[in-house]
Write a protein that binds this ligand. Structure first.
Ligand SMILES: [Zn+2]
Length: 189
């Protein structure tokens, strides 16, 4: 193809037709990109919606049935966290469809209708903030068998953070794990 204009057009008439806004190459590239975008969009539509996230994805919370939801649970909804502070009776018209045990979970001003068999996603309960220490929590930590050199927790008691104001339910100080391993109570040896 002969090039008679600096923009790559074969004639000044063609260059004029393109309005001088694009060179011929730019114009063809832009048409090609548009075609490719269209084809990609069609392929995406044919594939259907993206698969649901795995149940195990911690960002989405863990699924529980509505009837098992309790005050203190934190609902994960559209990426937001809503700590349930109370339940109110459901007075809406869907009671028959959703089940007699349908409740309204409230988090401040936020409300969510909860059918007993609805699948609700909440933060894992052992990781959620709990205002009151509950008996029995943290007992799965074997290193509690020994005292903690860091926070001076007695054997059997949880480690505490923030100068003793906050019990650590999910872990202990590393020094305690090390002390436990050294004590021979680990059972692995
Ligand atoms: Zn400790």
């Amino acid at each position: 193809m002969s090039r008679t204009t600096p923009g790559g057009f074969t004639s000044t008439a063609q260059a004029d037709w393109y309005g001088g806004q694009f060179t011929k190459e730019q114009s063809e590239a832009s048409h090609r990109q548009r075609r490719e975008r269209k084809a990609k969009a069609a392929a995406d539509a044919a594939r259907g919606p993206a698969p649901l996230p795995e149940t195990g994805d911690p960002a989405w919370g863990v699924p529980v049935y509505g009837k098992d939801l309790a005050v203190g649970d934190t609902i994960v909804y559209l990426g937001q966290h809503y700590p349930v502070d109370r339940f109110e009776p459901y007075r809406g018209s869907l009671r028959g469809a959703l089940g007699a045990e349908t409740r309204t979970a409230c988090s401040g001003d936020w409300e969510m209708t909860i059918g007993p068999n609805a699948v609700i996603r909440i933060l894992p309960r052992e990781e959620a903030e709990q205002p009151m220490p509950s008996a029995g929590s943290g007992r799965e930590l074997p290193q509690l068998a020994v005292g903690c050199p860091t926070c001076q927790a007695e054997p059997g008691d949880l480690c505490t953070s923030h100068s003793g104001t906050r019990p650590r339910r999910n872990d202990t100080h590393q020094t305690r794990t090390a002390a436990w391993a050294k004590s021979g109570k680990g059972g692995d040896r």
